[in-house]
Ligand binder design. Structure first.
Ligand code: NGQ
Ligand code: ZN
Length: 459
């Protein structure tokens, strides 16, 4: 025990609990004020403790575009020729065109509920849908940011909002397309957006507001420099090198590849998170690892959009940090993101246990710990079950057949590879039990609201 067991505390008891140093037995965890106030191992439960068989720390979801949840499965029909990321994007632009702040809020609330039910307890919302239809600014430039904060509040998920600076349609400051009008800001407008987002964040217990230049396609070199000066101390996220066309266009513009260019022209350090970073040379991969930045990997979306595979082994060997994100939210499932990250490597390398960091190590265990540490760093808040950190905890049903008689790392491996979200029982976020028996407490109402919105948007 490391701290006092105050009177207002609530205590959870776990027979098996994943702590920062590994699995522990018979652990009491005291929660107060939304945080973990004490952890005690190898002890008997008290009569008043709430007992559970097995718990894990909640996982950060470091990259989401919540509104895209509403179009899951609607871009899977073959078009006239050569379907690609870019044809998917046209469908996405059409879907977003009609959305109001209330629509965004309802869709995001359901997406966040699904995240919580799958074991994600904080979301990095990479948010660029700022304006009303036709690009008309709302009276409060952060109206949409407020709508997302409201969804986080209703669902209870931890929120790291990443307001996006989006100004151009291609490298070298190309003018935006009409379909991008709702995203467009200059740096002055962006500064006002950050102020507004900071204001909205105060309505949540532990929201973080970071910053995000959308991509090297969408901001100029000068804007990137201005943004860096403006957002000192905040987490910075950027999409990068996701598609081969993007690499080729960057080479044509600058003579450098995107990651190479960014590392040369921005002060990329541990505050940065590079989303995707799929297409890198070995030298770029090692340089990214050495920068201390987190690689934000979104395996389900990257598979869905036909992006390619991140060079995991070179990156990990160089000491790189990574986390996972649900990005387009075509499917929301924490265990499946981790599983697919490993399976992509197995399928292409014809090998097994690629992500385990040494002989005898557990692949599920190393994936879980890696994505937890990298994701928490990228979202600007601590992660894991330790005194002082947010009480964000997931319990598993050890009676699930895929978890039968598992202990220690075999629990993590069997959760990631054998059971997935069907084994999740309860989820606590900021100390509140939001999910029981795998179901979020406002799931039914959120689904009714979601149906009403989708009926109109899809009509
Ligand atoms: C996005 N999504 O901002 O939603 C992007 C597509 C773009 C992914 N990159 C748009 N997965 O990159 O231009
Ligand atoms: Zn994205």
């Amino acid at each position: 025990m490391t701290e006092s067991w105050g009177v207002t505390r609530k205590v959870l008891f776990f027979q098996h609990l994943l702590l920062p140093h590994g699995w522990a037995r018979d652990v009491r965890v005291a929660l107060s004020g939304g945080r973990i106030s004490a952890v005690e191992m190898n002890v008997e439960p008290s009569n008043s403790d709430e007992r559970h068989a097995c718990g894990l720390p909640g996982m950060p979801n470091l990259h989401s575009h919540a509104f895209q949840r509403g179009m899951a499965g609607l871009a899977e029909r073959r078009g006239p020729s050569n379907d690609s990321f870019w044809t998917w994007r046209e469908i996405m632009y059409r879907f977003v065109d009609r959305m109001t702040p209330d629509d965004v809020s309802a869709i995001a609330a359901l997406a966040y509920i699904e995240m919580l039910e799958s074991g994600f307890t904080r979301v990095g919302e990479f948010h660029y849908l700022h304006h009303d239809r036709g690009g008309l600014h709302f009276a409060d430039i952060g109206e949409m940011s407020g709508a997302l904060m409201a969804a986080a509040s209703a669902s209870g998920i931890g929120m790291t909002l990443l307001p996006v600076l989006y100004s151009h349609s291609g490298f070298g400051g190309q003018p935006p397309q009409l379909a991008q009008a709702r995203f467009i800001l200059d740096v002055d407008g962006y500064a006002r957006l950050l102020d507004s987002a900071d204001g909205h964040a105060r309505s949540l217990p532990d929201a973080v507001v970071g910053a995000a230049p959308h991509s090297l396609r969408a901001v100029s070199r000068e804007q990137l420099r201005d943004l860096e000066a403006l957002v000192k101390g905040r987490p910075i996220h950027i999409h990068i090198a996701e598609q081969v066309k993007e690499v080729d266009d960057c080479l044509t513009w600058s003579g450098q590849r995107p990651v190479e260019w960014l590392l040369d022209h921005a002060e990329v350090d541990a505050r940065w998170c590079l989303i995707h970073a799929t297409h890198m040379t070995d030298a770029e991969t090692r340089a990214l690892a050495h920068s201390g930045a987190v690689a934000g990997l979104c395996p389900i979306t990257e598979a869905n959009l036909g992006d390619g595979l991140f060079p995991v082994e070179t990156f990990l060997d160089a000491g790189g940090r990574y986390g996972v994100g649900s990005d387009s939210n075509v499917l929301i499932d924490c265990a499946e993101e981790l599983r697919l990250l490993e399976y992509g490597q197995r399928l292409t390398r014809r090998a097994r246990n690629v992500m385990a960091r040494g002989a005898g190590r557990s692949t599920g265990g190393d994936l879980y710990a890696g994505a937890l540490a990298g994701g928490a760093a990228a979202l600007g808040i601590g992660g894991g079950i330790a005194v002082g950190l947010p009480a964000d905890i997931v319990s598993l049903d050890l009676d699930h057949p895929a978890l039968a008689h598992r202990q220690g790392d075999a629990i993590t491996d069997s959760f990631v590879f054998g059971a997935g979200r069907s084994a999740i029982d309860c989820v606590w976020r900021h100390g509140a039990k939001l999910v029981s028996d795998g179901r979020h407490r406002i799931r039914d109402q959120a689904i009714r609201d979601y149906h009403r919105v989708l009926e109109r948007l899809i009509a």
